[in-house]
Ligand binder design. Structure first.
Ligand SMILES: Cc1cc2nc3c(=O)[nH]c(=O)nc-3n(C[C@H](O)[C@H](O)[C@H](O)COP(=O)(O)OP(=O)(O)OC[C@H]3O[C@@H](n4cnc5c(N)ncnc54)[C@H](O)[C@@H]3O)c2cc1C
Length: 225
């Protein structure tokens, strides 16, 4: 399965694959053995193609962002790790369209530079925007769900735009957490070796966000006396 996946993933344009890539290079705590195949792209179409490929080949896979919420065994992962780094930020007045691979702190900094407020409560949370939406990250009594208008997700067959009220945001969780389909991703062995917040789902959908729409409010000039 893995050689077949490697061959097909290598043929996807605008992407890179690495064999036996050390996951310690991609986790916050710098621990973790090799992934049999590591697929890296900043291109949404390539990422979707890779998701289709791992499903068709039926190989275990794991989507990672900044790797801050992952603890990986020294044994590594006998499957495909998919890393999406699309991080473009487009502004439409108070709406930002942001690639899920953007570093969250960069999003905070950029939103402030663009004169928007709201995202500053996310300051200091490590990881990417996609990981933050997945886990409904937050701090100081606020969570990212307050700022997300919609997410673009691959639902297992196509890319769809899911509005906030369909994202099932709750404390440190979202629909991405429920429907990521871990029971399909990992066999028992892999479940022991690669873990994050364990939660099982038998829903066959695999939802992976690539772009999130985040809104802010324009900063007000301080009142002059
Ligand atoms: C020092 C430290 C401080 C922290 N402080 C906070 C805090 O204040 N508040 C807080 O909420 N959290 C905090 N965290 C936890 C962590 O920063 C968040 O959970 C973060 O949002 C994880 O993002 P990530 O990109 O690193 O995700 P990863 O660790 O790479 O992945 C986490 C999960 O998200 C999934 N995922 C990642 N990207 C995508 C995507 N594009 N589509 C679908 N699923 C995806 C992965 O499959 C995985 O299940 C802290 C962690 C550390 C180490």
């Amino acid at each position: 399965m893995i050689p077949a996946a490697r061959k097909r993933l290598a043929a996807i344009a605008n992407s890179q694959i690495f064999e036996n890539a050390l996951l310690s290079n991609y986790t916050r705590f710098a621990i973790g053995g090799p992934a049999a195949v590591f697929f890296d792209t900043d291109d949404e179409a390539a990422f979707v193609q890779a998701l289709k490929t791992v499903a068709e080949v039926s190989v275990p896979y794991l989507v990672i962002g900044g790797g801050t919420n992952l603890v990986v065994s020294d044994e590594g992962f006998q499957g495909v790790v998919l890393h999406y780094t699309g991080s473009a930020i487009h502004q439409d007045r108070s709406l930002l369209r942001i690639g899920a691979g953007a570093v969250l702190q960069d999003v905070v900094d950029q939103s402030i530079a663009l004169g928007l407020k709201g995202l500053e409560t996310m300051t200091g949370i490590p990881g990417y925007l996609g990981g933050a939406v997945y886990g409904n990250a937050g701090a100081y009594g606020h969570s990212i769900q307050e700022l997300v208008r919609a997410i673009r997700v691959y639902d297992g067959s196509k890319v769809v735009v899911m509005p906030n009220d369909e994202c099932q945001f709750r404390y440190r969780t979202s629909i991405l957490d429920y429907f990521i389909g871990r029971s399909r991703l990992f066999g028992a062995r892999e479940q022991r070796t690669v873990c994050d917040r364990a939660r099982h789902s038998h829903d066959p959908r695999r939802e992976v966000s690539t772009v999130d729409e985040v809104r802010g409010q324009h900063l007000q000039e301080p009142a002059r006396s």
